[in-house]
Design a protein around this ligand. Structure first.
Ligand code: TXA
Ligand code: MG
Length: 328
């Protein structure tokens, strides 16, 4: 595996690797993606192997422009409004999969919908343009683990299964894209993320609905499974102070002092800063030698909704399919 600084020549090399069926991890504005050519079944199968990801969990297809979206998905009037408002950017739209699209069925896990996004990170966009094909890319972490926001996280989780990592430093948003299902009459928010529900409400006129029966989405969206984004340590939420032996993840100017392992997601209480720091903080505290992780309450508005969603999943009981990863 090679870690490369993005430049016209390394991006061209990365594009060649993708077209040759190899895996390339790259920075996006949300988290690092583990990319494969979405039109090659063998290449996409390697994503599932590298991540240890269940094959019924579909992937997001990344493309560079709206014409490339239209080649693989049907973009109705409602979807178009969201596309115009948020693309390129950290919104994923679930759209009807266009018949005859060249996307391999491993990307959609056989569904008749497809999740698509046009990222705004210049490295991601340059790579997509150079590749000239849709790129399937889940977050570049082991399945069930915390997403990767630096090249070092990618290397630690995925190692030699990746041919190349395009290292553009820490990802700016640090939390995954918002996923909005626009296949029905009313948009449904499948995953809160870097685009806030309030920003979606500005377009829609009201807050988006959440899945009415969460179970109904589970077979198709294990990102919605309760245990996900899990550090190795057990997580205790809504902690106003840490207990003996715990690491403490705090937030804001009024966080209590602590002699044990401590990280403040944003001492000035800024939710965007907290989101950007979240996954790196979880990884660091995981290696702090503590026996548990106590997390202070985070406000639920704006990006707080996405942060709390990830923290609740990190704290949820872990099913055997998403065991705690070993501490290394
Ligand atoms: O920010 C992001 O979205 C990052 C970067 C790399 O783009 N990607 C990412 O991918 O978070 P992943 O695979 O970790 O999460 C994608 C989620 C999964 O929970 C999957 O179940 C859901 O999207 N998904 C994919 N296709 C879907 C579909 N057709 N219907 C419903 N959910 C879908
Ligand atoms: Mg993921």
């Amino acid at each position: 595996m090679r870690v490369a600084q993005p430049s016209p020549s390394t991006i061209e090399e990365a594009a060649e690797l993708l077209r040759a069926g190899e895996l390339v991890a790259f920075a996006t504005e949300t988290v690092y993606g583990l990319g494969a050519d979405a039109t090659q079944g063998r290449a996409v199968a390697r994503i599932y192997e590298a991540k240890g990801r269940p094959r019924f969990n579909p992937l997001i297809a990344h493309v560079a422009d709206i014409a490339a979206v239209e080649a693989i998905a049907e973009v109705g009037p409602l979807a178009r409004r969201f596309a115009e408002a948020f693309w390129p950017g950290p919104l994923t739209l679930v759209l009807p999969h266009r018949s005859g699209s060249p996307i391999t069925s491993l990307v959609t896990a056989g569904l008749d919908s497809i999740a698509v996004r046009i990222p705004s990170h210049p490295v991601a966009l340059d790579l997509l343009r150079a590749t000239g094909r849709p790129v399937a890319a889940p977050s570049a972490n082991r399945s069930g683990h915390v997403s990767a926001t630096t090249a070092a996280h990618v290397a630690a989780d995925l190692g030699e299964s990746v041919a190349m990592i395009l290292d553009a430093g820490a990802t700016p948003h640090g939390i995954e894209s918002t996923i909005l299902d626009v296949t029905g009459e009313r948009p449904v928010l499948l995953r809160p993320g870097a685009v806030t529900s309030e920003a979606i409400a500005d377009i829609l006129g009201h807050l988006p609905e959440r899945p009415s029966a969460p179970e109904a989405h589970r077979p198709t969206s294990p990102g919605q499974l309760e245990s996900h984004y899990a550090p190795a340590l057990p997580v205790r939420l809504e902690a106003t102070s840490p207990r003996d032996g715990e690491a403490f993840l705090s937030f804001g100017p009024y966080a209590p002092a602590y002699d044990g392992p401590l990280l403040n997601l944003s001492p000035r209480g800024d939710l965007a800063e907290a989101a950007a720091n979240l996954f790196a903080a979880l990884r660091r505290l995981d290696h702090s030698g503590a026996r548990g992780l106590a997390v202070m309450p985070i406000p639920e508005h704006g990006l707080g909704a996405a942060i709390n969603d990830r923290l609740r999943r990190a704290a949820a009981p872990r099913p055997p399919s998403h065991p705690s990863p070993p501490v290394t």
